[in-house]
Design a protein around this ligand. Structure first.
Ligand code: ATP
Ligand code: MG
Length: 407
């Protein structure tokens, strides 16, 4: 991979341009990072008013698998990445015929299918040192019926569609075999995995960036708190989890990325489970082949963000080890924040929030607030965790955010 330097002009007279499939908030923050370095950017996204399309030099407004749109993206860009969980892996493979694409369609395809993803985790368990929750693949009515007799230990469990799930969607919690049959029907009888419900004491995730040449860097694990299956709070500071577990999670995530031959930014999510040991056991949950909501704090708290590393990795630039310079807590801002207790639309009290020290507001340019919709996030940085927590509490109070007890 010949590096694509920002500000350079190629033999065809084109400005160095980086492309992204998908126009959501992750694409927007990628575009910001690429532009700050001096790249031109192109976004392929069908929605006319997308967070990333609105801030990019070029916006190709077609479907993700539209041949003409993909050809135009390849023509404009010297390298291409993705930001969207469910972008067709085939589209990435098509682009890869003519341009460097990171991550590649094959690994994105694995991450998009829980069955393949779990098989990958199992295949590299020896090197990563972690396994996933006990599970069964359910693709036929006979397999669903067999759980009661053959895999009863998986109940109570969580039934998850193999494909197209996110933010807790495509998941049903089941206690009994009857629940399971009903839930499988409710999910449309599609391929699923049934996972044993584990006694979680915490959740964390690790961001890894890997270059074309195999160079790997990673961030320390961040501890995540979910509310209703959606990330609510990320804790990113020294002491956010037991150091021994943090080291294991970080090493496991790097091993998983290496085993995949991954290029780009990968987020690996872990459960910490109560297994009777002092700090609990580590179980790998899932991976996202892109920057992740739990890594947004890196924009304001580190000397290189997850989006900077995404740019560096895809463009073949060096990957220096990032350094976190501030303690940080990130609060996700869902559309709920824009409604008062009686369901009336309201403007959040930004004036008070922005008067607090160390607050960094990121809104994604989404016009319409809806309950559960990710509208933005607020990162609070400071010199130490005590001060960061105090401001996070105050900000969460002002915005009426849930999950406060967990801060
Ligand atoms: P994401 O938004 O991260 O893509 P998702 O919809 O893909 O989420 P998961 O990460 O599989 O879903 O699950 C969402 C949340 O549900 C987890 O973060 C965890 O809190 C809970 N959960 C999932 N699986 C289990 C399990 N086996 N045992 C206990 N809790 C679980
Ligand atoms: Mg998840």
């Amino acid at each position: 991979m010949t590096p694509i330097y920002p500000g350079s002009v190629n033999a065809a007279g084109q400005q160095a341009t980086l492309g992204v499939l998908g126009g959501g908030q992750l694409g927007r923050m990628f575009v910001h990072a690429a532009q700050r370095l001096g790249y031109f950017t192109a976004v392929l996204e069908p929605d006319a008013q997308s967070p990333a399309g609105l801030v990019s030099h070029h916006h190709i407004q077609t479907g993700y698998d539209d041949p003409a749109g993909l050809a135009q993206l390849a023509q404009l860009c010297q390298a291409i990445t993705t930001e969207f969980e469910n972008v067709p892996a085939q589209a990435l493979q098509t682009l890869a015929q003519t341009r460097p694409v990171a991550p590649g369609g094959a690994v994105v395809g694995i991450a998009q299918n829980r069955i393949e993803e779990k098989a990958h985790f199992a295949a590299c368990a020896d090197v990563s040192g972690v396994t996933c929750a006990p599970y069964a693949v359910l693709e036929t009515p006979a397999q669903v019926r067999a759980v009661q007799d053959e895999r009863a230990e998986l109940l109570p469990g969580i039934l998850k569609t193999a494909r197209l799930g996110y933010d807790g969607k495509g998941q049903v919690r089941v206690r009994t075999a009857a629940d399971l049959a009903a839930a499988w029907a409710e999910l449309g009888g599609v391929a699923c995995v049934l996972e044993k419900m584990l006694p979680l004491t915490a959740e964390c995730s690790v961001l890894v960036a890997r270059g074309w040449d195999g160079q790997v860097v990673s961030f320390a694990p961040q501890r995540n708190v979910h509310v209703n299956g959606i990330l609510a709070v990320t804790h990113a500071y020294e002491g956010n989890m037991p150091p021994a577990l943090a080291t294991r999670a970080r090493e496991a995530a790097v091993a998983i990325a290496q085993h995949l031959g991954y290029v780009g930014v990968l987020c690996v999510e872990f459960f910490v489970v109560d297994d009777g040991t002092e700090h609990g056991g580590l179980v790998v949950n899932e991976m996202a082949p892109r920057p992740h909501n739990s890594g947004h704090y890196t924009i304001d708290a580190c000397d290189a963000s997850q989006f900077d590393l995404q740019v560096h990795a895809m463009a073949g630039l060096p990957l220096p080890q990032p350094r976190q310079h501030s303690a940080a807590i990130m609060l996700n801002l869902l559309g709920d924040v824009w409604f008062d207790a009686s369901g009336q639309l309201r403007e959040p009290d930004w004036h008070s929030v922005l008067s607090l020290p160390g607050t960094h507001l990121h809104l994604y340019g989404k016009v319409q607030a809806r309950a559960g919709r990710k509208m933005g996030h607020l990162t609070i940085t400071g010199p130490d965790v005590v001060r960061v927590k105090a401001v996070a509490h105050r900000a969460a109070d002002l915005l009426g955010l849930p999950g406060l007890d967990a801060i």
